[in-house]
Design a protein around this ligand. Structure first.
Ligand SMILES: [Zn+2]
Length: 64
């Protein structure tokens, strides 16, 4: 499996949607736990890195 690289500010497209229907999450903090914010409802979620990585479909690197 490929190593998924992402950093703060990137958008993660997830396989599993948020209950609100959104599937894009912005990375707020990285580490062993990753904090992401749903781009649709703006709620933030903290997940262990392994759990989050399994759920990533695509990473969109945000242009500065
Ligand atoms: Zn949401």
């Amino acid at each position: 499996m490929d190593i998924i690289k992402f950093c703060v500010g990137d958008i993660l497209v997830m396989k599993k949607k948020h209950p609100c229907g959104g599937d894009r999450f912005r990375v707020l903090r990285t580490g062993s736990d990753i904090r992401v914010e749903c781009t649709l409802c703006k709620r933030d979620i903290t997940l262990p890195r392994e759990k989050l990585e399994k759920n990533i479909k695509e990473v969109k690197h945000e242009e500065v």
